[in-house]
Design a protein around this ligand. Structure first.
Ligand SMILES: [Zn+2]
Length: 511
């Protein structure tokens, strides 16, 4: 997973120009990248031919080195963008409309700063939510409406700071409630009391107080060991409608899979894969979309029978190719006949076996990205010294100072949403924690106003980072159920302070 993740940069974006058109471009790649970088239309045009970079395979040299050499010359897509209109700055999104700074989302509309959101509408700053509408700062929620700061809630509305609530309406700071209405900190309240507290959520200082109280309450109540819904014979966490699945996370409709995450759409017979929806027979791949029979490849869509390929689309029978479209029977971007290809591939595999390369993913050292630009750093964080000692790349973060009329430290923003002027969209706000500048766009200000919530005081990356820490590691530990003592598998490490219960005891507790 660490190797695969080291090839996916989701959030380190750079200004540069397209090497074909000269147009300005926002890209995953720095301007000093060794290869050419093209904007979307230029990359997809017929003005260049990826086969012109083809080379003979050398059976006395490391195959990984030969792919690494090819990777330094083939032009790359500046950013993997949704083909849909109006979702600029939303890398790795599919079927999205009018989204801004969303990453790795599927079927989203009018959303901002969401991550791995699936079928979300009018949401902002949500991670791993499904079928949610008008939600803010929610994580792992399903079917939620007009809610904020919730985790693991399902089919509810008007929920704030709730955890593991199901079918609830108008609750604040509650945990483990089912089909309840008008509750605050797990106790029933009048509609007036609820409305008064809800109104206070429009100020930043109240939010901090309630968040703190919720954390304390949560530790005194049982915590569900895993969230596995409508599944048969499955282990992992946050799974829905899966069958025969082992150690998978954040997925729906998987069948006969292991070590797959995240995957919001049906996939089967797939092992060790990430972001590979609507696929089958995928092994050790990153982003093999609508594909089959793929091994050790990345960012390749609508393909069949690929090995060690990168950024190929609508292709079949490729080995060690980069940037090809509508091609078949190619090795290192060189065209072969079917017979030549079928003769050569077993020879390459035998050569790779000898060099102990066959069956391994691309080495982290050969990634086009610095380790800390990629999602590997999110999941397996390392210090700069450790990264450099392993021979991997490291890139310091720098921000261009925006050309704005005013720069304001976040703590000087008015406390309540009512006091925020329209002009805030013309300012740069200095993050209260990281000091990095960020801006608020009109769509975002309108969202905060309609939700009656204060504007964010943290840089979008810091907000994302904090939501990621709310997520348990993608790891399963054995620990005894706090109620019955039976051993169970959970994403809560044994030393964690939560009162973690097995599914049976948890259900007895809440129903
Ligand atoms: Zn139990």
């Amino acid at each position: 997973m660490q190797r695969r993740f080291s090839y996916r940069n989701e959030r380190a974006l750079y200004r540069r120009t397209c090497d074909q058109t000269g147009n300005p471009l926002i890209s995953f790649y720095r301007s000093d990248a060794p290869f050419k970088v093209y904007e979307k239309d230029a990359w997809w045009s017929d003005a260049w031919d990826a086969l012109s970079y083809g080379r003979e395979v050398n059976l006395s040299q490391s195959f990984f080195d030969q792919i690494a050499n090819l990777r330094t010359v083939v032009p790359r897509l500046g950013m993997l963008l949704s083909p849909d209109e109006g979702s600029a700055y939303s890398p790795y999104c599919m079927y999205t409309k009018r989204c801004y700074m969303c990453v790795s989302c599927v079927v989203n509309e009018d959303s901002l700063y969401c991550y791995q959101a699936n079928d979300a509408k009018d949401c902002a700053d949500c991670n791993s939510v499904t079928r949610c509408e008008r939600c803010y700062e929610c994580v792992y929620c399903f079917g939620l409406q007009t809610s904020a700061f919730c985790k693991d809630c399902e089919n509810g509305s008007g929920l704030f700071f709730c955890q593991d609530c199901k079918g609830c309406t108008d609750c604040i700071g509650c945990k483990n409630l089912v089909n309840k209405k008008l509750h605050v900190f797990n106790k029933p309240v009048s509609a007036e009391t609820f409305a008064a507290l809800r109104a206070q959520l429009s100020s930043q200082s109240t939010l901090a107080d309630i968040a703190e109280k919720c954390r304390a309450l949560s530790l005194t109540l049982p915590t569900r060991s895993t969230h596995i819904v409508g599944c048969e014979n499955c282990t992992g966490d946050h799974l829905r409608n899966c069958k025969n699945v082992s150690a998978c996370f954040d997925a729906m409709h998987l069948e006969d899979c292991s070590f797959v995450c995240p995957c919001p759409q049906p996939t089967k017979d797939t092992h060790d894969a990430h972001y590979s929806p609507q696929s089958e027979l995928i092994y050790d791949c990153m982003s093999a979309v609508r594909s089959s029979r793929m091994r050790f490849s990345l960012h390749s869509w609508d393909c069949d029978d690929l090995s060690y390929c990168d950024e190929c689309y609508n292709c079949k029978h490729l080995f060690g190719c980069i940037g090809l479209r509508h091609k078949e029977y190619c090795i290192l971007n060189k065209q072969y006949t079917k017979e030549e290809y079928e003769h050569l591939v077993p020879l390459i595999i035998a050569h790779m076996r000898e060099a102990q390369e066959w069956g391994e993913y691309f080495p982290i050292a050969n990634s086009p990205f610095a380790y800390n630009e990629t999602i590997a750093q999110d999941e397996f964080p390392l210090a700069k010294e450790e990264v450099l000692a392993r021979g991997w790349q490291w890139q310091e973060k720098t921000d261009d100072m925006p050309k704005v009329t005013k720069i304001i430290p976040a703590m000087q923003l008015p406390d309540s949403i009512d006091a925020i002027p329209d002009d805030v969209c013309n300012w740069a706000i200095e993050c209260a924690v990281t000091k990095r500048p960020f801006k608020i766009i009109k769509q975002e200000l309108d969202f905060y106003r309609s939700m009656r919530l204060p504007v964010a005081r943290l840089h979008p990356d810091e907000r994302h980072h904090r939501r990621m820490t709310l997520r348990n590691p993608r790891n399963l530990w054995r620990r005894p159920c706090a109620t019955c003592g039976k051993e169970m598998q959970t994403t809560y490490a044994p030393e964690r302070p939560e009162i973690v219960c097995c599914e049976e005891c948890y259900l007895k507790e809440v129903y």
